[in-house]
Design a binder for this molecule. Structure first.
Ligand SMILES: [Zn+2]
Length: 244
């Protein structure tokens, strides 16, 4: 009886070992396969262009009081961080501006300074044929309680709406929930007939990264880490849009 029992346990152990061995090989194979798919998906080249458009600049401060922080500075801060995030992924990133400047001098149309600035931005986007473009702005309101991130796409733009959805989901998950620890906050998607969305031939959205008129958001929007986490969440949304 004793011997039989020992043989049985040895057999069982051998079977168990074989089973564990197969499982390990199976899991390694799955991870390898998954890695190679991930590499394929993320294999963007510098021919894959994304345009990042920090709103306003120079004489045009955007929303905000002159004595305080101005929208143009927050827009540039978030945009430069988004550029870095996208460069890491292998994209070729074109910025409409990288300094505190307005772009009317780049436009040849005979119109107002404001209109010439927008015309220059439109031309930079259309001439570079990007996969997507992202305009970064801040919101303002007469109600100081108004807050939150809003993403605008052009009405009836299927691709614009899809891009907006992906960025919005990423911000809700990666920014509001994982970083900001507040799952009551949700990104809002809206459609609007903005010049930069209407006059461009490529999928794009305008992201209002928060309200400069809300005391808490104004303070947060000047924080480097806050800007960085937000830029990363926008990038992750762009990546998930491009993978679909
Ligand atoms: Zn603006």
């Amino acid at each position: 009886m004793k011997n039989k029992f020992r043989i049985y346990t040895i057999k069982l152990n051998r079977r168990l070992l074989l089973l564990i061995g197969f499982m390990v090989i199976f899991l390694i194979a799955i991870f390898k396969l998954r890695d190679s798919q991930v590499l394929d998906i993320f294999n963007f080249s510098d021919k894959d262009i994304i345009v990042v458009d920090p709103g306003h600049g120079g004489i045009d401060g955007g929303a905000g009081k002159k004595s305080d922080i101005l929208e143009k500075d927050i827009n540039l801060g978030v945009s430069l961080k988004l550029k870095k995030e996208l460069l890491v992924e292998g994209f070729h990133v074109i910025m409409t501006r990288e300094n505190d400047e307005s772009l009317e001098d780049l436009s040849s149309i005979n119109s107002s300074r404001y209109r010439k600035d927008l015309d220059a931005r439109r031309n930079i986007i259309n001439n570079n044929k990007p996969l997507v473009f992202i305009s970064i702005h801040c919101n303002s309101s007469t109600r100081s309680s108004a807050r939150g991130i809003k993403i605008y796409h052009y009405p009836n733009s299927v691709e614009g709406e899809e891009l907006a959805k992906n960025i919005s989901e990423s911000i809700d998950r990666n920014f509001y929930y994982n970083y900001f620890r507040d799952d009551n906050l949700k990104c809002e998607i809206l459609c609007e007939d903005f010049f930069i969305l209407r006059e461009t031939e490529y999928p794009g959205v305008l992201v209002e990264v928060g309200f400069i008129t809300n005391p808490e958001e104004r303070r947060l929007l000047q924080d480097d880490e806050y800007q960085q986490k937000l830029a990363r969440a926008i990038k992750k949304g762009i990546l998930s849009y491009l993978q679909k």
